[in-house]
Ligand binder design. Structure first.
Ligand SMILES: CC(C)(COP(=O)(O)OP(=O)(O)OC[C@H]1O[C@@H](n2cnc3c(N)ncnc32)[C@H](O)[C@@H]1OP(=O)(O)O)[C@@H](O)C(=O)NCCC(=O)NCCS
Length: 289
């Protein structure tokens, strides 16, 4: 359980709180002099939960840190606590979401530039509390607050547990393969008219996408140990990084990605038999969200 040397209850007026770049709980009503103390403690909570999430996912670096949240203007962290556990209460879950500008394939193989796409960036429930419904509770709170629907979310490098979570609670199984590390579910483009397609994919791409979608469906239905190895393996290969639009604009990506490479990436993915064997859904990457 994630406990701290301070009482977490003043940070959690409710079991689930929403924290943005000011590192204060939403609607924080404390006196001004209390803010510094609260933000320091909140930073400690976020850093610790971010680190636990990274460890649970075999990531080298945490996706969520207080410093990163402070610098972002489009990311939000939801935290869940159990104030009744121990003297100081414990923090049991973290969910980070945000918006991203992404190049995304639709079901027909056309590429769209989607601005401010809602994205799930990090998600963690303490090991001692997993599979008790807390993840769902946290996720539902986020959906209600952001006014998002599950099928319209892009998910950054979902772990096998998250793939199973999305299937179990939202019936989301079939995915639309992407050339970047985000996973979209079928229905993502339904009922909306995204930006004009940027590129018409070549004739062979829909077939590749269909094959990839089937692979991902299989991977969603079967939990296998390959996932853990896959996540470690891809993290050990920093050369193979892919980029989102945001990454490109902010030059955070080591490699240069063009639209041609995005298409190329899809082809390579579609023809790489080892991906099928591992149930891989995205290109090798190191998380840098
Ligand atoms: C993904 C995660 C946040 C879900 O939280 P949770 O509190 O366990 O979720 P819920 O209890 O609401 O839902 C449970 C469902 O999630 C999936 N799931 C969660 N843990 C699982 C596990 N160890 N093995 C298989 N499926 C699991 C299952 O579909 C499960 O339903 P089931 O118990 O009926 O099979 C949590 O498992 C976790 O922190 N995992 C480690 C970190 C991680 O992989 N994060 C995803 C980042 S991409």
């Amino acid at each position: 359980m994630t406990d701290f040397c301070f009482d977490i209850k003043p940070l959690f007026p409710e079991a689930i709180i929403k924290v943005s770049s000011d590192l204060l709980p939403q609607n924080f009503s404390g006196k001004r002099f209390m803010c510094a103390d609260v933000t320091l403690k909140m930073a400690e909570v976020i850093d610790r939960m971010g680190q636990l999430s990274a460890t649970a996912q075999d990531l080298i670096n945490p996706v969520t840190t207080a410093q990163r949240l402070e610098k972002s203007d489009n990311q939000t962290v939801y935290l869940m606590a159990d104030g009744k556990e121990g003297a100081n209460g414990v923090v049991v879950g973290l969910l980070k979401v945000g918006t991203k500008d992404l190049y995304l394939y639709d079901e027909t193989g056309q590429v769209h530039k989607v601005q401010r796409a809602p994205a799930v960036l990090d998600f963690y429930v303490h090991e001692s509390r997993q599979r008790c419904g807390l993840g769902k509770e946290l996720f539902e709170a986020m959906l209600a607050e952001e006014k998002w629907t599950p099928s319209k979310l892009s998910v950054d490098r979902p772990s096998q547990k998250l793939i199973l979570f999305m299937a179990r609670h939202y019936g989301l199984v079939r995915t639309i393969p992407q050339a970047n590390h985000f996973v979209l579910y079928e229905g993502y483009f339904h009922g909306v008219s995204p930006s004009m397609p940027l590129l018409q994919a070549t004739k062979s791409v829909p077939a590749i996408l269909a094959a990839g979608s089937e692979r991902q469906r299989t991977s969603a239905m079967t939990f296998h140990v390959g996932e853990a190895n896959y996540r470690k393996r891809r993290l050990q290969d920093p050369q193979q990084q892919s980029c989102s639009t945001t990454d490109l604009l902010s030059s955070r990506c080591n490699s240069d990605c063009s639209m041609a490479e995005i298409i190329q990436g899809s082809r390579a993915r579609g023809t790489n038999a080892s991906h099928a064997a591992d149930g891989q859904i995205s290109r090798t990457n190191v998380r840098h969200t």
